[in-house]
Design a protein around this ligand. Sequence first.
Ligand code: OGA
Ligand code: MN
Length: 283
Amino acid sequence: MADGSIEITAQANDFGAEIAGVDLADDIHDDVLAALRTAVIRHKVLIFHDQHLDDASHFAFAERFGPLEGHINRSTRIDALPKLQAFGNVGEDGQPTGVHPEKGTLVWHTDKSYIATPSLFTILRSPSVARDGGHTVFADMTRAYEELEPAQAVRLDGLRAVHDWKRSREKSDERPATADEIANAPPVDHPLVRTHPERNDRAIYIGNHASHILDLELAEGEALLAELERHATQDKFLYRHRWRENDVLMWDNRCTMHCVTDYDAAVERRVVHRAVVQGDRPY
Ligand code: OGA
Ligand code: MN
């Protein structure tokens, strides 16, 4: 399908779309930008190949969609452009460090759900691509909601999940949150099912930052979160991205979860740079 000057090729179930006919390093026309915005809202994940972004052009493209936000983990911020983050396992000597940065990315999550106004879009490129593993997998949380058993959907109505940076670091066995991070990101609660303000449909809103459910026993809430995650990550709801060099991904965090698949961090070299567009309060 052609949309303005861009070519959109939808993936299975309309979840994810490859976009051709645009050079993200260019000064993109407003009409093309609007078409990209429409496409990301419809398909939830956009895949661009053969892009040649550096940090400055990555930043400039991302900023067209709204103000960007820096990452709470200051050590990942890129000095020259602190609103961009870099995560990678390549040391200063160019060799793999053996450690995957941010283990929380290896488990299902949606970006920055631990703040009151979680991320809208994330725009990610991978200057160094693992040859084996290290894929990024996405789950379609709108469809996952729509395919709940009706009684389960009713049960979720009105429930709110607590999202907590400190707790999610513990769960993914990461360096503990610092006092500064905890002060910057106290626990917040969000609806377990959120309404997409532009699609006007509903999506399950969970992921690793969700620790428990308000007003439910801790264990019951944890069990419900685990059950919803199992449901939402069935193959039929997934798009698996196998990175090629010069790919760029852009996704809508309001109706997706994602995670990175395993790779050998002692052998592969995997680096991603990302920009995150600020979002609104979920409802
Ligand atoms: C992220 C993230 C996925 C990846 O940047 O938010 O989860 O593929 N990264 O590294
Ligand atoms: Mn993420």
